[in-house]
Design a protein. Sequence first.
Length: 374
Amino acid sequence: IHHPGVGSSEPSEHTSNGSYHNALEPLQTKVRQFAQSVGILFPDNYPSIGTLRKDLETLRDYGILDRRMYRWGYYLGTGAMSREELKVAFNALQSQAKYQGDPQIRKIYKTLEKRLRGLELDGNADFSYPVRAYLNRPIIHTDPEEMQAKGNNRHTLFHCLDTLEEAIATGQLVELYRFREPYQNRIGYLKVYPLQLFYHDIAWYLLYEEASTPDLYQPDEIQHLEVERLDRLKDHCRIIQPQGRGKDAQLESLDLAQKLMKMGWGIYLGKPENQQKERKNQVSFEWIIVHFFPPSTHFILEGECRHDNQKVKEKTDKHGNYYIEYRIKLPRRSFPEFCRWVYRHLDNAQFTSPPDLVEKHRQALQLAVNRYNQ
């Protein structure tokens, strides 16, 4: 239970006397170590290899171990999941390891894949088939080992994931360093409570809450919430408060951040002063109206759950031309992200409200025309 995969070895591994690896020897070592940790002192050389073989056979009789070879290490059952549930979870790990490039998930997946090979040999030929996959790929380097192998080390926060994840789980205050910021050029050290790692569209991001400072501190409020791409943060994660503020405080901030994302469009949470007003319900959300024309109309109609605040209507103009009227109410902080989504439809979309987005879209299209004319 405590050492799943015990007994596994590399195919080329030999023991000191020149014979091939004996999977029961590491199992014997772990049994003795665990017994000692709970205050049980075994005699020398106990349990013997023969005794362990009898024990394993008994576990097979009770269905706790399968009746197959465990060439890649012993483990009991499938843990907290049924075999069908394990298959779904295994597919999810496979997708995140392969396509989203999560370095820690890659290590776990490789280990688990090796342990579970026996299920394939046991007649479950479809166990590891990727029935489900999430194919979005990051546009950045994510795996430190892969970077090192390619001689392309970026020295980003991906090198500090163990420390960062512990800080997230316990609410530790940490010091990070942002060395690249293409929008506002805010470079330097940050003191934050990291809240969550998440994958969005093209990259991995860190959601965090800024620590209180004397000029910003307001005892009845949670501090500014922000999102930053992991590769824009250096491989610097220094723990400032090892004791942490606890799970409840972390969940409170995380819940608030997720509500802001749900009400907006995308992942940008706004500047500090505007975010504080929005959290106090002092920000007026504005209606945006866009007309979509064929063939984009099919894709717009399919997105029934694209946003909670959207209203979609099929219409025909006075000339008999069919279009979709798409209405949505958003805070101003989300306008740029929403516009980028609309611009994907290029000549099949037209803003009709508010006036500044109408003009912004018209200017963008005119600029494109001018470039082609040149």
